[in-house]
Design a protein. Structure first.
Length: 349
């Protein structure tokens, strides 16, 4: 279990078939009323690469049968490096997966130890090589910068940029309260990097990856031309999405333009028992504001009419955004101050 992850966690012997049965039951119930289109399938939010590939195949097949796949553009699985074996890659492809997102995080040995990762120095690059060798699989790698206790550097970013990877998600390490890292920070055993250092790292990552031919298309995402993540764009646009399984989140839109978010129980036993999801309702105004500030975390930005004039003036005056072809898009400084932008938009709308 990663000390920085805030995902739902279960220990003990895996129950591959039982979990599949529970997911398919949920699919049968909720799939019948889901209003969205099947544009992407994303197996993630944890370690789906530990799931039996036969179960993965059945889940993907059932999802495609439920919704039809005429509009399906992407099927992604998140994977630990050590799970990216030649056999697993072949079985994932056979199951219908066409994109693998590898949790490399770092190639620096002491950073991997701090991050609690169970792979070693060379496992991340080796995993990427195996996925690429499998053929027919798009690739993405996650990387973390700003690991406490290490000398700030970009060796992982530089190494990944020299590979044939299609997509990179680069995250500053975020300390969540209910994680092991959160506890270490509270009792003084860990000190996060200074905000100014993190800002310098963020700017340096942008410079290195754009120089290497990547498009910085979303606040933490970089892609080769034409290789943006299809699935991620659904979240930024606040279109309906259906999450199945323990801790999974969903969004449905109501007739008035508001949003209904449902988050499944985080405990496996509660999920098996059919405990209800936690539901949060957003008004049409709240969802419009959310769509606007999420849009300002992408290079495509938002349409001119989606922001009030005073917010636009502030964005331009502060060098946080540019205006072209009827759209307002964040600058690099806008990405750095994305939370401040979100707060101002939420307050104004």
């Amino acid at each position: 279990m990663c000390p920085y992850c805030d995902f739902a966690v279960a220990t003990g012997a895996p129950e591959h078939e039982r979990y599949l049965e529970a997911v398919l039951r949920e699919l049968a119930v909720r799939g019948a009323t889901f209003s969205g289109d099947l544009v992407s399938i994303y197996l993630g939010g944890g370690t789906p690469s530990l799931w039996d590939p036969n179960c993965i195949a059945q889940a993907i097949r059932s999802i495609r049968e439920t919704f039809g796949d005429a509009k399906l553009r992407e099927v992604t699985i998140e994977a630990n490096p050590i799970d990216c074996t030649q056999s697993n890659c072949a079985r994932w492809k056979s199951a219908g997966v066409d994109r693998v997102s590898i949790g490399v995080q770092s190639i620096v040995a002491d950073e991997l130890v701090t991050l609690g990762r169970d792979h070693r120095f060379g496992d991340g690059p080796a995993a990427l090589e195996r996925v690429l060798a499998a053929g027919g699989l798009a690739t993405s790698c996650d990387a973390i910068v700003g690991t406490p206790g290490s000398t700030p550097g970009l060796s992982t970013i530089d190494a990944l940029s020299r590979t044939a990877v299609d997509h990179l998600s680069v995250y500053e390490l975020t300390i969540e309260d209910r994680t092991a890292f959160g506890a270490r920070v509270r009792d003084g055993r860990m000190t996060p990097l200074d905000d100014d250092v993190l800002a310098e790292l963020y700017t340096a990552v942008h410079a290195r990856l754009t120089a290497a031919g990547f498009e910085h298309y979303e606040i933490s995402s970089y892609a080769r031309p034409g290789r943006r993540a299809v699935h991620n764009s659904l979240y930024w646009k606040c279109v309906p999405f259906l999450g199945l399984g323990v801790g999974a989140a969903s969004l449905e839109l109501d007739a008035a333009g508001g949003g209904i978010r449902a988050t499944n129980p985080r405990r496996v036993a509660d999920y098996y028992a059919g405990e209800p999801a936690e539901v949060v309702v957003s008004s049409p105004a709240e969802l419009r504001a959310e769509r606007a500030w999420l849009g300002m975390r992408t290079i495509d930005g938002v349409a001119d009419h989606e922001l009030p004039d005073d917010i636009k003036r502030w964005l331009f005056d502060e060098g946080l955004a540019t205006h072209a072809k009827g759209r307002i898009s964040p600058t690099l400084r806008g990405f750095l101050l994305a939370n401040r932008i979100a707060a101002r938009i939420a307050e104004a709308l």
